[in-house]
Write a protein that binds this ligand. Sequence first.
Ligand code: NAD
Length: 264
Amino acid sequence: MTGSGQLLEGKKGLVMGVANDRSLAWGIARAAHAQGAEIAFTHQAHEGIARRAIPLAESIGSPLIMPADVTDPASLDALFEKIDTLWGKLDFVVHSLAFSDRNELSGRYVDTSRDNFLMTLDISCYSLTDLTRRAEPLMAEGGSILTLTYDGSQRVIKSYNVMGVAKAALEASVRYLANDLGPGGIRVNALSAGPMRTLAGAGVGDARYVYQWMEKNSAMRRNPTLDEVGNTGLYLISPLSNGVTGEVHYVDCGYNIVGMGMID
Ligand code: NAD
């Protein structure tokens, strides 16, 4: 613990990917705010998301809430300009976003179209590299960048398809980015969450089946809660993990260590 008793006292962070109060980004933001962090938020421009995301950000006194889309460089230029003007620095970034055509998140991976492959990798993977490059100049005193991933990167999980390929590339990006930025004291890590009932989670075919399978077969015989994801996210963006970078840290109640189904 720090002298003041709050892990993120005086720290400034950017959180991207809150869609509603079930979003993994919200779990992490809530935990970070409870430890003293001041947080800027972005949300996707469309009404349905803004209507839920903005009040959440306001509820924890966010000084900057604006739309941004990772496929629109102008929106990211505007975002980083605003952060520079507001704080002139950043201590942490939470990248908690992904997207793919849900028609291709079922059936066979082999049927993935070129267009959706490129879009999925662009939004779900390249965006981390883009954001990290933009954040680096604001992290002259060091910082922590965190992304969210899923075990479908390592193993075949029903229907995860091209998103598994994107997450594998995302996890490799974490290692390369960690090595590039490590000398400057900037850490880059991924949190690999077990299945959670979110908007994005529901877009994957057979989501309910996968959720129940993992609940029955994880070491702890349950799936993680949003608070558990939030608190591990807090650890990874806080000084508690200052010696940790390039890691993929599982918060999956031990599903990934199990080699055999447990169902009686
Ligand atoms: P969510 O739907 O709450 O969040 C996904 C976010 O991505 C939304 O806020 C959406 O607006 C944003 N997004 C999509 N396309 C975007 C774009 N072009 N530009 C900017 N933002 C965009 O769902 P979630 O489950 O909280 O997802 C957050 C992250 O967690 C994702 O990377 C997801 O793959 C990962 N994850 C989810 C689970 C799960 O089971 N839900 C498990 C492991 C990892």
